[in-house]
Write a new protein. Structure first.
Length: 278
């Protein structure tokens, strides 16, 4: 293998790509062990009901405590996890963690408390992704399926094959809710929102960032919120960083808010102390 790499380096620019490719291969290999080695972590970002200021949901966000590279965020390893197929096992683990957390937090914050989990397209596409096992876990733990919100992207919905659609339908029929993540960055149409019976629309941070400069950003947000409400969809504004943005979103009627101003993603033990945020 070393010889093969050395040979490539002598030719037309391959050596520029080789290190990145090798790093990707190493990551993929290491990822298969990460779960067993107990290196994966979840942090949780509070989702706040803006009318009451109360935390009503958390979003689970994946981290990898890599033995030599330190704490990695999804941007650094999610693609490798997807392309190696490791995401399926990791996703099952995340789902179970979310269910157990929902159960614990509902004891403190009430039965309507929800945990939101991100799911990627490749995960749903995989034959190994067995949503029946998720539902079985919920039954086994006696947790209501409504405790879990599945977050998907516009791209996932637009590219959904019959496998993906079938799995989403099954989860929704069982009572799980569906959130459309990063709304506004893709090309999702109103008909998609209706067809997939989206429960929550998460406005992308890119829109929130433009809120306090100029009237257009505000009007656009108001229009998105009005459209969502017309369709019976609740809105979660993501990436709130400044008090001005929060004030505008409250006035515009956004149902929920999420962002570093309200709370950064935190470890599970810190969640029990959060109640009233804004
Ligand atoms: P996302 O689902 O849109 O998650 C929100 C991202 O925004 C998180 O980044 C969060 O840390 C970050 N964020 C929170 N507050 C603020 C803020 O005030 N300002 C800004 N600029 N950003 C903020 P993170 O944790 O790095 O996750 C990035 C993406 O990786 C997520 O975007 C999601 O698409 C994906 N991801 C995370 N966890 C999972 C997972 O368990 N499974 C899958 N399939 N994807 C995941
Ligand atoms: Mg998300
Ligand atoms: Mg998002
Ligand atoms: Mg995202």
């Amino acid at each position: 293998q070393a010889m093969y790499a050395a040979k490539q380096q002598g030719r037309n620019g391959y050596h520029y790509f080789a290190p990145a490719m090798q790093e990707g291969a190493t990551l993929k290999h290491e990822l298969r062990q990460a779960l067993e080695n107990n290196e994966l972590r979840l942090v949780y970002q509070p989702v706040i009901a803006l009318a009451s200021g109360r935390m009503q949901k958390v979003e689970a966000l994946l981290r990898w405590q890599h033995p030599s590279r330190g704490l990695l965020t999804p941007a650094e390893f999610l693609a490798a996890a997807e392309h190696s197929g490791a995401i399926v096992g990791i996703g099952d683990w995340i789902f179970r963690q979310a269910v157990l957390l929902a159960q614990r937090l509902q004891a403190e914050y009430g039965p309507n408390f929800q945990v939101c989990v991100n799911k990627s397209a490749l995960q749903f596409r995989s034959e190994d992704c067995n949503v029946e096992s998720w539902l079985a876990f919920l039954r086994q733990r006696q947790v209501d399926a409504r405790s879990i919100v599945i977050e998907v992207t516009e791209k996932l919905l637009m590219d959904a094959n019959s496998q993906t659609t079938g799995k989403l339908k099954r989860l929704q029929e069982a009572g799980m809710q569906l959130a459309l993540d990063d709304f506004g960055t893709g090309y999702c149409s109103v008909s998609f929102l209706r067809r997939f019976q989206i429960d929550y629309l998460k406005i992308d941070p890119a829109f929130i960032a433009n809120l306090d400069d100029g009237i257009h950003g505000q009007e656009l947000c108001r229009a998105i919120i009005a459209m969502a409400h017309t369709l019976g969809i609740q809105v979660i504004a993501e990436g709130i960083e400044h008090p001005g943005q929060l004030a505008i979103l409250k006035a515009a009627g956004s149902d929920f808010g999420q962002g570093n101003l309200l709370s950064e993603p935190v470890s599970e033990d810190k969640l029990e102390k959060i109640s009233l945020v804004c």
